[in-house]
Design a protein around this ligand. Structure first.
Ligand code: ATR
Length: 264
């Protein structure tokens, strides 16, 4: 039986096992997907299970997406540029690290039929997920990417990898079409981002990477002001679907049932 894991710390709340085990059943694949809480000390040992063929595939989540890199043989170009790995597998006896968060984000935008090409984007946050979002935005040919982070230096550092970024001060709101919350503000209920978004024009798109809670204060505000909103649930589902495709060569169906599974 093929074994899969999602590794992180904490990992209790990960929905990846639910999703992958559901898709195994749907696609008649004999495999099992579990979660494993690790510390940085046992990452190396755990990942060696891939080369030893005890583990077929690993998903990586916070806080290890960068720290797994020294224990891999090769990175995909996406993982290399973003320095972020969420999917590990064996190919020609080499342990490969790939980043499917990028395609996850792209597909979530396609899914809502938002015409993102030539749009001006304001990205809030410069933490772990930011490079994946920027990589995807560039692939989708947006016109401008403003980045604003409470600690400005971290936003400036992103320019080493993405030259086209325009860094703005925290609190400054440039004219934009779409605003993306990639900070961790909102993970705790009632968390509020201390930005004044009340004066922006109508018809913008508020996107939050967070999907639990389903509607952050950021999205509530966007909705109340009459803007389009979307949380990170589809991004989560599509990153999982892409990992599944890499490991099994099959594209799982992403439909209403998939959504329901995650709500159970
Ligand atoms: P890390 O910064 O270790 O990569 P992360 O969870 O990937 O952690 O990123 C958290 C993001 O949320 C960062 O952009 C962080 O801003 P700082 O770089 O200034 O820490 C942002 N963030 C967290 N709490 C915040 C708050 N109260 N207000 C604004 N931004 C916040």
């Amino acid at each position: 039986m093929k074994k899969f894991f999602v590794i992180g710390n904490p990992i209790d709340h990960s929905l990846s096992p639910k999703l992958h085990n559901y898709w195994f059943k749907k696609n008649n694949i004999e495999a099992i997907y579990d979660k494993k809480e690790l510390n940085s000390d046992n990452l190396k040992n755990f990942i060696s299970g891939i080369k030893e063929k005890k583990i077929f595939g690993i998903n990586v989540t916070v806080p290890f997406k960068k720290s797994v890199i020294p224990f891999l043989d090769k990175l995909s170009p996406e993982a290399e540029t973003t320095q972020s790995v969420n999917t590990i597998y064996l190919d020609s006896e080499k342990v490969i690290g790939h980043n499917t968060d990028i395609i996850g984000f792209q597909n979530s935008i396609r899914n809502v039929s938002y015409d993102i090409k030539d749009k001006k984007i304001l990205l809030l946050g410069a933490g772990g997920v930011a490079p994946s979002i920027i990589f995807a935005l560039n692939k989708m040919s947006v016109s401008k990417i403003f980045v604003s982070n409470r600690t400005k230096e971290k936003a400036e550092n992103l320019k080493d990898y993405f030259e086209n970024l325009i860094v703005v001060d925290w609190g400054e709101i440039p004219s934009f079409d779409m605003i993306i919350n990639a900070t961790s503000v909102g993970l705790n209920n009632n968390d509020r981002i201390n930005l004044d978004l009340s004066k922006i024009e109508k018809g913008k798109f508020f996107y939050d990477i967070i999907y639990n809670p389903e509607e952050t204060e950021f999205l509530k505000l966007g909705k109340n002001l009459g803007h389009q909103t979307e949380n990170g649930k589809k991004m989560f589902i599509y990153q999982a679907a892409e990992s599944f495709h890499i490991w099994h060569g099959v594209k799982p169906n992403v439909d209403e049932d998939t959504n329901k599974i995650l709500n159970q």
